[in-house]
Design a protein around this ligand. Sequence first.
Ligand SMILES: [Zn+2]
Length: 475
Amino acid sequence: MFNLLKLNLVSVAIGLSRRLFRSRVIYSGAILCLTLTSGASAAQTSVVIEHCSVFDPEAGKVLPDRTIVVRGTQIVQVVGAGEIVDFPADATRIDGRGKFALPGLIDAHTHVVHVLDYAHLTGDVVLPLYLAAGVTSIRSTGDEIVAATLVARSAAAHPERSPRVFTCSPLLDADPPIHRGAGQAVTDPAKVSALFDDLARWNVTTVKIYAGTDRPVGKAIIDESHRRGLFVTAHLGRYSAQHAVADGVDGLEHIWSVFNYVIPAEAAKQPGHRGRLDLSNELCESLVAELARRKVFVDPTLAVFRNMLLLPDVPEVHDHPDNALVPRALREFWPVYLQRSGCPQGGPLEDRRREFAKFQELTGKMHRAGVPLLAGTDAAEPQVTPGFSLHQELEMLVESGLPPAAALCAATLTNATVLGEKDHLGSISAGKMADIVLVTANPLDDIRHTRRIELVIHQGHVCRPDALMKLVPRE
Ligand SMILES: [Zn+2]
């Protein structure tokens, strides 16, 4: 993300098939059997959380006094007070009184190789950070595919310390691609079908169009994605939002992929215009209405945009406590990457703060208009700490005008939907995967309460944040 500034380009994309999802669940089960027989780790046979409040993302409410029964990797029962609960005598019982169970959080925009590779780290090293932060699934949105597949495989083999990782196509881009490692040049629409034959062998769940792609290639990628039942998202640059949306793109990555296309030519002539943009202009109104009408999933990734605008000269961003949690190699690489990327973009800090406020205003406007929003971060870009930055993203979504329930719905059920996993992830209900975060205060009262994590259940494994944090080397 950051080095796009230097190149003065703007935008990025995703996808998935239900058929692939099903095979993933079976695969995960197979891995679990392997770990059980090897003794490396064992999901609790049965876990019961008694008398807790449960956040229901569909209703946008907390349901009081529920008991959740987990057997193996799945939730088998969620019952109210006075209803019959069925669990074996040897089940692990957890007192949930005064506590709140949230569906496992999902980060819709991460990189499991990109950036980390520059810091000489492999993605598996930071995976426990996600789980410690209650993030039980992540969507890779563009990485070198062999390395990303290995990280996903490592994660699947170790659900007791890693989130579930969904992989993505390389960043489908112009020639040469902006990111040499994560990118792949596609310049001829006639060659797109052959490219997808290759992607099918890698079982990716997302297709991503990148900033250098033009409209003819972009449209060919969207059409081919749909022919194959894949979800396609875009970080836009040369391909305008108006064109990509008209061509049927399913998602847009980054607030830029909307904001950069709602600036009237007249307004663009004024100095500092981005921070003073009137978002009630006709261009903005019509694009937002179209995004809502077509239900295009927009993933604002506010965390990385705040950092891009405000680093390195705003201490509360530069020295956010979350940043101390990552390995030293990554911490030390961040300022190098920032400098390489030409951050900050320049201009007075006040203008940059105003610009970020406009990004948040546009986010709120899209939510009110009915545009489905995702929650993604762009970890592990500078000062975007894997896992914990999703809590910052939730805070910024709420600051943008989303009620806490809507922000939490984005990070759970809506993110699960774009992964094609709505039937398996994203809420606490019988038949779904046992991905649960137990917190000690109500996040609907204050979204920052999502950080008060007592335990995380991932695929039936009960995980303690403190123990997970010890698995990540800080030095
Ligand atoms: Zn990204």
